[in-house]
Ligand binder design. Structure first.
Ligand SMILES: Nc1ncnc2c1ncn2[C@@H]1O[C@H](COP(=O)(O)OP(=O)(O)OP(=O)(O)O)[C@@H](O)[C@H]1O
Length: 324
């Protein structure tokens, strides 16, 4: 990233200092952006409102390995955006711990969070246009997004053209957002999120307004980023196909991890407090308050319903009687 792209208007402000000069002890080549690990432990987030507190996250336990790709899926209002905003350093959780790489985010100051946003985490907001300036070229968009990282990390970054190439937009640097197809626009937004060479890329609903071929292009771009840079990728999506294609899909339900899908198979997940969420269709048959006998072996757990909520007292009395 030596100079602003050549096609830019003369009014573009010059960088305050050369962005190419790394500190003397830094290598002159860009280090590969290795993916970072993410960890959430009993993560809780509450929004205080004038009508009372809204519990958005109620104890999320989640581990993501460096370089992993996963989808966060779940119904509207389940807490996906809140989780991503916390992972992206946009807000602090109410309680619990969250790690991004070596950083425990609740310990970071506002300045520390800004540094995280600038150099470690790239966030792509829902709606490609929200991430891009319409009146400058794609190269210039990426270059502008690199400025905070170059200042914060003092490291050399890839030229904008290389980042555009990575997302399948080679040779499109001089174009503007208005010239692009929806799929290209979304990939330009990815390039913006990747500008600083983040170890974690968070992408909100990248395929929601795309047809099948646009969706394929975006998924291919994410796969390339992940394979070539090792970047950890987290995608929020309502599209179960996207979840299936990323290999790992974590379902957020009622503010916690409700289930997980891996390579086409669905699994229940034991939370840090020992609870397991029943899928909605199971809950319809066995509503809250149903009493079960629990048997387990090393390999399996068997739940045998002994009483519905309405007959709970009666069943408990029967069980007590049997015990006595
Ligand atoms: N700023 C806020 N103030 C108050 N409540 C909020 C705020 N943001 C989100 N919420 C509430 O927190 C809960 C989780 O919302 P969140 O947006 O994280 O869910 P989501 O799964 O991302 O939903 P969607 O898929 O619709 O974007 C919801 O009940 C929502 O109404």
């Amino acid at each position: 990233m030596t100079a602003p792209p050549p096609d830019e208007p003369m009014t573009a402000p010059p960088p305050e200092r050369p962005m190419t000069a790394p500190p003397p002890d830094e290598p002159m080549t860009a280090p590969p952006a290795a993916g970072v690990a993410v960890g959430c432990h009993r993560l809780i987030h509450i929004y205080p409102t004038s009508t009372g507190d809204v519990v958005a996250l109620s104890g999320v336990d989640l581990q993501i390995s460096p370089g992993e790709m996963l989808a966060l899926v779940g119904p509207s209002g389940s807490g996906k955006s809140t989780l991503v905003a916390i992972l992206g350093g946009l807000m602090q959780p109410s309680a619990g711990r969250v790690y991004v790489g070596d950083h425990e985010l609740s310990r970071l100051s506002a300045k520390g969070l800004a540094a995280l946003r600038g150099a470690t985490v790239g966030t792509v907001l829902q709606g490609a246009e929200r991430n891009l300036l319409p009146y400058v070229s794609l190269s210039r968009n990426v270059w502008l997004a690199q400025r905070p990282a170059a200042r914060l990390a003092g490291r050399r970054l890839d030229p904008p053209e290389a980042i555009l190439d990575l997302v399948g937009l080679a040779g499109a640097g001089a174009r503007r957002v208005g010239d692009l197809t929806p799929g290209q626009r979304q990939r330009a937004a990815l390039a913006q999120g990747l500008a600083a060479g983040p170890g974690l890329l968070l992408v909100d609903e990248p395929t929601s307004q795309l047809d099948a071929s646009g969706r394929d292009e975006v998924l291919a771009a994410l796969a390339t980023v992940n394979a070539e840079r090792g970047t950890t990728v987290v995608v929020v999506t309502h599209d179960s196909e996207v979840g299936a294609r990323l290999g790992r899909a974590v379902t957020i339900r009622d503010g916690r991890v409700g289930a997980e899908g891996r390579n086409g198979r669905d699994f229940a997940v034991v939370a840090g407090d020992g609870t397991i969420q029943l899928p909605p269709e199971t809950l319809a048959t066995f509503p809250a308050g149903t009493m079960f006998e629990v048997d387990h072996t090393d390999q399996s757990i068997t739940l045998r319903a002994v009483a519905s909520p309405s007959s709970g007292e009666e069943a408990a009395a029967r069980e007590n009687g049997r015990a006595g």
